[in-house]
Write a protein that binds this ligand. Sequence first.
Ligand code: ADP
Length: 877
Amino acid sequence: MNKLKQELYNLLESETTIFDFVQETSLDGLWYWNLENPEEGWINDKFWITLGYDPSDMVGEVNTWLELINPDDLILAKQNFEKHIANPKHSIEQTIRYTHKNGSLVWLKIKGMTIRNEQGVPVRMLGVHINVTEEKRIEVLLADTNRVAKVGSWEVDLITNKVFWSTVTRVIHEVESDFVPDVATGINFYKEGESRETITQCIEKAMTTGEPWDVELQLVTAKGNEVWVRAVGEAEFFEGQCIRLFGVFQDIDERVTATIEHTKTLERLTLATDAAQIGIWDYDVVNNNLIWDDHMYQLYGIKKTDFQGVYEAWTAGVHPDDMERGNKEIEMALADKKPFNTEFRVVWPSGEVKHIRAIATVKRNAAGEGVRITGVNWDITSRRESENQLRESEERFRQMFENAPIGIGLVDTKGKWMKVNDSFLKMSGYTFEELQAGEFHSLTHPDDLEKSLYYAKEINKGNLEKYQFELRYINKKGKTVWVILAVSSVKNKDGKTIYYVVQVIDISEKKKAEDLIVKERAFLQTLIDNLPVNVFVKDLELRKTLLNRKELEFLGITDITDVIGKSDHDLYPKAIADMTKAEELEVINSGEGFVDKEALIIKENGEKSWFLTSKIPLKDADGNVTGILGISYNITKHKLAEEKLRQFSILKSKSKEMEQFAYVASHDLREPLLTIRGYTELLQEDFSENLDKDGQQILGYIQNAVNRMDALIHGLLDYSRLSQVKQLQTVNLSQVLKDVEEDLTAVMKNSNAILCIDELPQLLAYPLEIKLLFQNLISNAIKFKNLEKSPEIHVSSRKVEKGWEFSVKDNGIGIEKRNIKKIFNIFSRLHSKDLYPGTGIGLANCKKIVELHNGTIWVESTPEKGSTFYFTILTDI
Ligand code: ADP
């Protein structure tokens, strides 16, 4: 034994102070326990001090110790103790946790030994406490850190080929806590393929070159889960021989997965920013560094290479007017006064102006200062433009609404006025408030309400999109206003009606004008209908658009609508229609009309009509030909009269010749007749005794014939004299009739005739002729008397237009109807001269005299009852 050690032993036995020094200073607690009486023990002061107690307060030490020891550790200590009793080789060595007075944990390493009696029975136990709290705390902290960091350690002893895995390593591999790996199983946990190959290479390399490894690989755990780990390891060498490999595993699955997710997110973000053309910028305030992604350059219409730095690009791009504001917004955002959310303009090098929307977030340091600002820009030009367009169109609509000369209003789906313009208010006379008090139909005239309600219902039901009709409104003054009402529905994107646009055009003036046109048209129609000419109007297609009654009558059509719109080809034979078409086209094309062109129209039934036609082009205000006006004067009657006149003049000259011949003949015939009469009278006077009865009778016949001849020649002379030119004079007919009556006194007496004369007028006439006229008629009335009755003659007169009508009525033999016409012809007689003597010239003379006085003569007669001769004297001009 070492000499000093021996000395210390001796001192310990003799000097208790030495022992006390040792136990007080070198140990953190000493204990001595009576195994024969477990209640009895001694624990030194240092132990209590280690646990924070005042040793003088400590009594019943064993019990107090029991209170302070961790119960789990006590169980383990008891087991250790029992094992040691049974087998002294089993050492009592254990780290036990105690509770410090302040509640903290105190780790004390316990080491003990038994003291046995002569029989070898343990009777005492001596033990020491060593405070390992500090080491233990570091160890636990490391384990906790490893656990939290998911770092597990491992070691391969290449001499013994033993593998050690820490708890976290086991947890990472998801194996049981008692799992014992070897090198091969350890490597096999790496995922087959790249991971396993990589680790194998790393290990080989480390073992040969000593190069450590630090790789991120995938494991497949015992439960089959794939996890990402960071495997770090290195080799230890001894005398050029690799003896140990050790390292750590770190579960980085979450991080890697997150990274992968992050990469995916980033890819998606890139895709999104690509697709949406979103530019990303990042401004490091501290280092005054601005970064742009590629999209930013695209948004600014510039190339990265054209600028020295991003800041230059930004200043060059931003519209000068927006620059200051932009910078201010960034300052405000950094100062946390206002979030960065703005719009500004960018001017492209081409001069094109783009609208950019920008938002950004600010990263702040602990002091709250903005240190970084990251933002996005995107182009909102087209949105801005469409917004501008929308605004402009809204403005246009507003302008149109407010300034429209027609009334415009908006009505909600319940029929309430939402808005109306000034024109509407003016037309209605109401204020907007007054209109709002009513509803959409309030203005409608009662007679038009039913129709208006019907339309409103239809559009409300969605059966109509819009409607329009004419109706009457009653304005505030109670006056009726004719309007065109147009209503259309305005729908939202779901097709639901949100309101109605109502347009109202005041057409009162137009209505008045229309009424006037209708009236004027009626006036025009009446006017042309009463013209004695054919009038028509045709359009440029030569269809009739207007015609008068005379034209309609000529066409033989009663309904005017059967003619309107028709051309001459629909109404006349083709030859005529071709002719009129040609001349009308000429008028339209030349713009020049013609006047009084004579034309013969022969209808299909052969009827001939002559017209004097004028056709004039109708022109509008600009002088353009719009149609044709035709006026035709039907001259058929004139044409026929002309013809008659021509024939009449031939006849007249013939009859004149006849009259002259009759005059000359009768005058010359009279001469020899007078000679014959003279000689027969001589014969009668001087030689009648020389003649026998027969001779005397013959002489009588000759004298009769001569007398008759004489009367005939007289008559002829009278007849021819009537044609000679004479002078009209005022004639008192009453006087004339008196003279006639006187002249006929003897004849009347012979036949007991009664002559009744009404009051007769004075008139312009040829006196001799008019007397002869009455004389002839009255003579005939007496001569052709009924044998059974005495003749009664009645002369009367009545005023007619331009003169007088006279009648001479008798009760004589009358005249057969068939003979009535011929009795006025010269030499026309109905009876033999024996029954009624006469020459047949009387009535011919009468006719001539009447015609001389512009009149006509006719007779009405009933055989056996009597005749009435009528004649007119039309000399009143
Ligand atoms: P006249 O008397 O010399 O025969 P008129 O010319 O005077 O010739 O008459 C022609 C004919 O008309 C007569 O012959 C007679 O037959 C008929 N006539 C004329 N007047 C009458 C009359 N008043 N009543 C019946 N017959 C008449």
